[in-house]
Ligand binder design. Structure first.
Ligand code: ADP
Ligand code: MG
Length: 619
């Protein structure tokens, strides 16, 4: 099944597109070749570029591993975890900032500006430096310019955060062909789209963040059912725990407290991280430090390590349960579990996931490469390397509202990538209407009665105005979690009302499929009925207007014959109205319009004269 026309935007010229995982702790790029997705090695062969940037006093910015070293030697000019600040306002990040050593430049309150060694940077500007490094690695590797990329973002990123990520790409000289949700990328890397239908849980424990996402696949399209997590939980917490213990051990063994010496602390931190990594594959590891002629060795068996980190691992479980609940699923309804993030190498973490979902998680791919590999799969599709369907996070069914005549006005169409938003302005059909009923529906059919009703609410207490005068803006916003927010606003008074609904709630794959198929088979019938309904609304309006005009003095100025003609046209329109032929209604409407032309002119003249008189008096 092909879902979208892909616009290559290059007039057919093929260009390489790389996939990039722009992570909080680490970033890396990957590409698609004939054998499948492969990571792009950096200068020393390592594909990972730590998301750390240092701005030296003189010379070019330093990015990646060399910048990590400068976290200690030049902390004021070195920035990490900038992803936490992407697309956010100064007020959103007050809590985050308490944990950061760097500060926001004064005078910037809407847009975050970081001051690094006297220079100002925005979060996208910093992220761009990381992206530029990956772009450079790719160019060195391929020996040709690379300027197209697919970049991944957390599923919960909102519009602003996504936009900021795109901006970062642009600043780095990359055309961002698509943003893909990280869990979707992970599922793509494992080729889970091939299974067509099913539910996938993606458990992502990285350096500083934990994300759990539940994706639903229908016909190879991923929909994010729910996401949850903890923005401050990850490998860093384990490092801090081990660091504290190591510093205490060193203090008691050497009689020296190193905790005030930041460069020594950094050495100890590296030693414990090294041991942590070894423990993922070995039953025991040694925390080793040689400093100032002294030597420290502490054996750390895996079972002791596991006891220490159990509370941290357990902290991932509550978000998982909440996520399942939001998705309306039980653990045994999950078909596949995918592990993402360097910290899922830890055997205890894998065991916890296994216990919770009662399933063997996918671990075949490197957990810190899997997101980049999935981005490369999407990149391959976009560059035409993978002759396959396009896989996106999309709305499975169209969303719209009921309008006059019981017809649906669609705002967000089926297969729109999410998050998505749309707005349209509607008006009233009845004189002095005080309430407007907003009826939100889902489905592909033209008539409201053939769709699924999602929500109804009233926009109340409008100022009574003539029909057609009020302007009611209806705005649909579907976020990355698939939650639909509907807001109706009276543009004249600003009065608004909104609701949140979960369109996918309680909907099975079979139902979605049936709804789509039905819309195809009933398309012609539906279209005819819609036309009839719409023309009837129009006819109602005209009949009402003529009825009113007949009460006007001007009506008596018409000849008997003219008046008889109006009445005949009215009668014929009413007859056509109750028939099934919308063409005939149109025809009769035109005839009535013509028969009342003179009347309209007479009324208009009176109105203009009245208005002119009014001006004179005022003047
Ligand atoms: P992010 O997505 O936040 O950028 P990553 O997925 O790259 O982060 O994960 C980084 C974390 O994974 C770090 O805390 C790192 O120490 C940890 N990690 C990497 N390899 C291992 C390993 N072999 N065992 C345990 N933890 C590991
Ligand atoms: Mg990650």
């Amino acid at each position: 099944m092909s879902l979208f026309q892909i616009d290559f935007g290059s007039g057919g010229k093929e260009h390489k597109v790389i996939g990039i995982d722009l992570g909080t702790t680490n970033s890396l790029g990957a590409f698609m070749d004939l054998t499948g997705p492969t990571v792009i090695p950096g200068p020393g062969g390592n594909p990972i570029v730590p998301s750390v940037v240092s701005i030296p006093e003189h010379g070019e910015p330093i990015v990646g591993w060399p910048a990590v070293d400068r976290l200690i030697s030049d902390p004021d000019r070195t920035i990490y975890s900038v992803k936490r600040l992407m697309g956010r306002g100064v007020r959103d990040v007050q809590e985050e900032l308490k944990l950061f050593p760097f500060h926001i430049a004064s005078g910037s309150d809407q847009v975050i500006q970081l001051s690094l060694g006297g220079k100002r940077f925005t979060p996208p500007g910093i992220s761009a430096l990381v992206l530029r490094q990956i772009k450079k690695n790719a160019e060195d590797f391929f020996g040709e310019p690379i300027d197209h990329a697919v970049i991944t973002v957390p599923a919960y990123f909102n519009d602003a955060q996504r936009q900021a990520t795109k901006d970062a790409g642009r600043i780095a000289g990359l055309q961002v062909m698509r943003l893909v949700n990280e869990p979707t990328a992970a599922a793509l890397a494992y080729g889970l789209d091939k299974r067509e239908n099913g539910v996938v849980a993606v458990y992502d424990l990285g350096g500083g963040t934990f994300d759990i996402s539940i994706l639903k696949l229908h016909d190879g399209i991923f929909e994010v059912l729910a996401t949850n997590g903890d923005t401050h939980l990850g490998g860093d917490d384990i490092d801090n725990l081990l660091l504290k213990i190591a510093l205490e051990d060193i203090a008691s063994e050497w009689g020296v407290d190193l905790s005030g010496d930041s460069s020594a602390v950094q050495r100890v931190r590296r030693a414990v991280i090294e041991a942590k990594h070894q423990l993922s594959s070995a039953p025991s590891a040694v925390i080793a430090l040689d400093l100032n002629g002294k030597s420290f060795r502490r054996e750390l068996p895996r079972d002791v390590f596991e006891k220490l980190i159990t509370p941290l691992v357990d902290r991932t479980l509550a978000p998982c349960r909440a996520c399942l609940k939001d998705a309306g699923l039980t653990p045994d309804e999950i078909d596949e579990v995918v592990l993402v993030g360097g910290s899922t190498r830890i055997p205890l973490v894998r065991q916890a996931v296994r216990n919770l979902f009662k399933a063997e998680p996918h671990t075949e791919l490197d957990p810190d490469e899997v997101v980049a590999l999935g981005a490369a799969v999407q990149a391959g599709i976009l560059s035409g390397h993978v002759p396959d369907k396009l896989l996106l996070d999309v709305t499975p069914l169209s969303l719209g509202i009921e309008t006059m005549g019981g017809v649906v006005s669609k705002l967000i169409h089926r297969n729109s990538t999410i998050p998505a938003s749309a707005s349209e302005t509607f008006t009233t059909a009845v004189e002095g209407q005080r309430n407007v009923l907003i009826h939100v529906v889902q489905g592909e059919r033209e008539m409201v009665r053939d769709n699924r009703s999602l929500a109804r609410f009233d926009l109340k207490d409008l100022d009574p105005l003539p029909a057609g005068m009020p302007k009611i803006e209806v705005r649909f916003l579907i976020d990355a979690n698939g939650i639909l927010n509907v807001t109706a606003k009276d543009l004249r008074t600003g009065k608004a009302h909104s609701v949140d609904v979960k369109p996918s709630y309680g909907l099975t794959d079979e139902q979605v499929e049936a709804m789509i198929l039905e819309s195809f088979s009933k398309a012609e019938e539906d279209f005819a009925e819609r036309q009839l309904r719409e023309v009837r609304v129009e006819a109602d309006r005209i009949l009402n207007a003529v009825d009113k005009a007949k009460g006007d003095d001007a009506y008596m100025e018409l000849s008997d014959e003219e008046r008889a003609n109006v009445d005949r046209c009215i009668a014929e329109l009413i007859l056509a109205y109750h028939g099934e032929n919308h063409h005939l209604v149109h025809e009769k409407m035109d005839q009535l319009n013509e028969a009342t032309m003179k009347l309209a002119e007479l009324m208009m003249n009176t109105a203009v004269q009245g208005a002119l008189k009014g001006t004179k008096i005022d003047a």
